[in-house]
Design a protein around this ligand. Sequence first.
Ligand code: FES
Length: 189
Amino acid sequence: MNRKINLTRRAWLLRIVQGFSVIGLSLLAYPFIRALFPGAPEAGYLEVDLADLQPGEYTKVLWLGRSVMVLRRYPKGKALASKSVSATHHLVALKDPDSSLSVQPSYAQNSYRSRRPDIFVFYSNCTHLGCEVAVSSELAQTEIICPCHQSRFDDAGRVLQDAVASYNLEIPFYRQMSKNRIRLQSHSS
Ligand code: FES
């Protein structure tokens, strides 16, 4: 009987020691695993691959507790720099065409509101009450619409004059790492 109790106790002790060994090894291995998977949010940045995006398509990632969309725009040259946009077949003025009242890094305070004309990176919360906006791409034209109160934005996140939202969509800090790769980061650089 005593022998049986001793064996059970020994088995438990063995398990506890094994458990601590696993935890210890995991802690030791953590830096190496992090090095194998760069770009995780805890590292202070998140890399997004755009290679599969066609014009009009977007991808969405979670960044610092918010959703960020990365849209590959249709090429359309001068239209981007205009102060009004074509929406459902007529011209609609923009509330803040130069983004002087809106939130974006300095490199995105241009008519594209981005580092590159073909790629638009933005927080997907509507500037009215924070609902998640939707991207609609049709006939080589992209519009961003909020499902809550139908505020509309152009493909540079600039809000249309008839919207209840007052400001353009916010732009996060990011860097263009290569032709098809951007890095979201928590600070400007
Ligand atoms: S929350 Fe988007 S229009 Fe109201």
